[in-house]
Design a protein around this ligand. Structure first.
Ligand SMILES: CC(C)(COP(=O)(O)OP(=O)(O)OC[C@H]1O[C@@H](n2cnc3c(N)ncnc32)[C@H](O)[C@@H]1OP(=O)(O)O)[C@@H](O)C(=O)NCCC(=O)NCCS
Length: 241
């Protein structure tokens, strides 16, 4: 079944929203409204930007089209997703190659040239960046970010909220914990514990993040039931494996 989604809203009016708008426009989807915590500071000037934080306090309005949280910071995206019970869409660029046997949850964005192979499960509100390669049977937790040109081999597990840096390589069957940071260019050959920052080749843990209050807010997405409009749209544009 294919449901045509013509319009979407974005929460976050910074640089990341420009990339997502570009993807949605390429899929024939119009961004019809934007929210931001600081509208006067918002860098996306193309349209009126509504004060999302204030609206959260008042009760976020029911929207007539799906929403994507276009905020690059993983913890911030998690916080917003736990608060806003909207219908979430996805944005998957037409040059991304997504296996029919991969699943992608709501709110997730896949940028140009990324590859997601069979058996991989990608969580909600994840960012798969430009030309990232995610091989078969990976599990990517909610709110993770896989940076440009990172390579995850088969059967890799990436925990909730974890950031894999640009060009990092993770060999097969590695488990990377929750809310980790893997440095740019790292080569991960051993499991990484929760909250760790690991860098280098081979990757070594250099510290554990201290801002553990990031796990104190409810981080279950408020809505998983949402339709993935642009994913369905992207069926028209995405080459199949
Ligand atoms: C890993 C990272 C988060 C560390 O940042 P940080 O917490 O500010 O740490 P520092 O810069 O203080 O570095 C700490 C040590 O790790 C080293 N280091 C940092 N990043 C490194 C990397 N990517 N590879 C190898 N060593 C690295 C530093 O040289 C420093 O070593 P020293 O203690 O011997 O001087 C950051 O360097 C990084 O690689 N971020 C990924 C960015 C990215 O890919 N963004 C994609 C955006 S789309």
């Amino acid at each position: 079944m294919s449901i045509a989604i013509n319009n979407m809203y974005l929460y976050g009016a910074g640089g990341h929203s420009k990339v997502i708008t570009d993807i949605l426009n390429s899929l024939g989807i119009t961004v019809i409204g934007m929210f931001d915590d600081s509208p006067p500071m918002a860098r996306f000037k193309a349209m009126e930007i509504r004060d999302g934080i204030r609206l959260l306090g008042e009760g976020f309005p029911a929207l007539d089209a799906p929403l994507i949280i276009s905020v690059g910071n993983n913890a911030r995206r998690a916080e917003l997703a736990s608060l806003i019970d909207a219908t979430y869409g996805t944005a998957i660029h037409g040059t991304a190659i997504i296996s029919d046997k991969a699943t992608i949850d709501v709110g997730t964005v896949v940028l140009h040239g990324a590859i997601v192979q069979a058996g991989t499960k990608i969580g909600a509100h994840v960012l798969i960046n430009t030309a990232a390669s995610i091989d078969h049977d990976n599990t990517i937790g909610d709110y993770a970010h896989i940076s440009p040109h990172a390579t995850l081999c088969g059967h890799v597990q990436v925990g909730e909220g974890t950031h894999i840096g640009a060009g990092a390589i993770v060999i097969p069957s590695i488990r990377i914990g929750r809310w980790c940071t893997i440095g740019a260019g790292a080569v991960v050959i051993e499991d990484i514990p929760d909250f760790a920052t690991a860098v280098g080749n081979p990757a070594r843990v250099i510290k554990l993040r201290q801002d553990l209050d990031i796990v104190n807010f409810p981080i279950e997405p408020a809505a998983r039931h949402s339709i993935s409009g642009s994913l369905l749209n992207s069926n028209l544009n995405t080459p199949r494996l």
